[in-house]
Ligand binder design. Structure first.
Ligand code: ATP
Length: 354
């Protein structure tokens, strides 16, 4: 049976610094839950609070109905995978994986069976007699994963497990981790600052900034309906364009361009004058005769698509992704978009009001 993790109003202080100030998050049983945010926002700190490496200065963390604040790490029944693998260099693959079982005094026959089974699951059974120095980074991370899950923990915690791998291996391993997690159905909390990684593996993502929750939702919701301008800017590469706009009677002005606004939008905008519009680069189209005009400053070709950077007449910069290989980007200096694809943010709070 998978367990739920309830993080309720938790506080973390290091000396006088408050890193997390009253954060509440629920992780559902069997869920692949990702903590995402920029460097220093408190992701690792929270993960270490869950496993018990960090003290908790306020609030509670529960596994199902049990408060675990004061339960020592070795009694929490959690497995953890670290960025630097942290496997024992002097032990073979199978001894590394058996380590936790030996500590728990599991009988030899049962131990061997469990080790064999888990090595099959993470697809390194053929490497079981090798030493860590004879393994690639991806294989070492599979050993670390096998070692964490062989003890059948209630919770699997992973702290940027793919950061030390090259780009191709990262993709391969993130798919492998997702498949293994689904197979064993273990409640998993995964830390990353890589939004693509979070989007691809997570059932739900919590986006943190300075220890504060910005949004908690499924990846698709976070992508399509970012809760505020911070999330909008953090998710997606290139990130969402945020443009200053002014609402005037029935129109929105972006620089000199005046665009009529659908009725529904007028109700949402209400009494506001100044607004921020969020438009994903892939939802913008280049067009010669569009109302919003600018000049192209840069074109980046990534093979499958081009990203065109424009400076608008208002002075703001905007990115447009073009996937049509034959499109003539050099002679198109205007952009157009559909209102259906636009997010609307309050200019003061940055909150999504659309
Ligand atoms: P990264 O992606 O860079 O690992 P993170 O989001 O995981 O970042 P944390 O490692 O949780 O960030 O750190 C959050 C803040 O807490 C940082 O400002 C960090 O300097 C501070 N911090 C972390 N551990 C300690 C500690 N033991 N003592 C004092 N400050 C700490």
């Amino acid at each position: 049976m998978s367990v739920a993790i309830t993080i309720d109003n938790v506080v973390k202080r290091f000396g006088k610094d408050t890193i997390i100030n009253g954060l509440s998050v629920d992780v559902r049983p069997g869920e692949f839950f990702t903590l995402l945010g920029p460097s220093g926002c408190g992701k690792t700190t929270l993960l270490r609070m869950i496993i018990g490496f960090n003290s908790i200065e306020g609030g509670t963390i529960k596994i199902d109905d049990q408060i675990i604040n004061d339960i020592p790490t070795h009694l929490r029944n959690m497995g953890m995978v670290f960025q630097n693998y942290a496997i024992f260099p002097h032990m073979s693959v199978k001894d590394n994986v058996a380590f936790g079982l030996k500590n728990r005094k599991v009988a030899k026959e049962k131990m061997n069976a469990l080790v064999d089974e888990i090595l099959e699951t993470v697809k390194i059974a053929h490497l079981k007699d090798r030493m860590p120095t004879q393994l690639s980074g991806g294989q070492q991370q599979r050993v670390a994963l096998a070692r964490a899950i062989v003890i059948h923990p209630q919770v699997l915690l992973m702290d940027e497990p793919l950061s030390n791998l090259d780009a191709k291996l990262r993709v391969e391993m993130r798919n492998a981790i997702k498949i293994i997690q689904q197979k064993i159905g273990i409640t998993t909390v995964y830390v990353t600052h890589d939004q693509v990684e979070a989007m691809t593996v997570a059932d739900r993502i919590v986006v943190l900034k300075d220890g504060e929750l910005q949004q908690i939702a499924a990846p698709d919701t976070i992508y399509r309906h970012p809760a505020n301008t911070f999330v909008a800017g953090f998710i997606g590469a290139p990130s969402m364009n945020i443009l200053k706009a002014r609402f005037n009677r029935d129109c929105i002005c972006i620089g000199k361009a005046v665009l009529p606004v659908p009725e529904l939008w007028r109700q949402v905008i209400g009494q506001r004058r100044d607004l921020l519009l969020g438009i994903r680069p892939e939802h913008c189209r280049l067009s010669e005769d569009a109302a919003v005009q600018g000049s192209i400053t840069y074109v980046e070709n990534t093979g499958n698509q081009r990203t065109v950077e424009l400076q608008l007449e208002s002075g703001e910069n905007i990115s447009v992704t073009v996937s049509d290989r034959n499109a003539d980007v050099q002679n198109s200096s205007g952009i157009c978009f559909s209102w259906d694809d636009v997010s609307l943010f309050d200019v003061t709070s940055g909150r999504n009001i659309g």
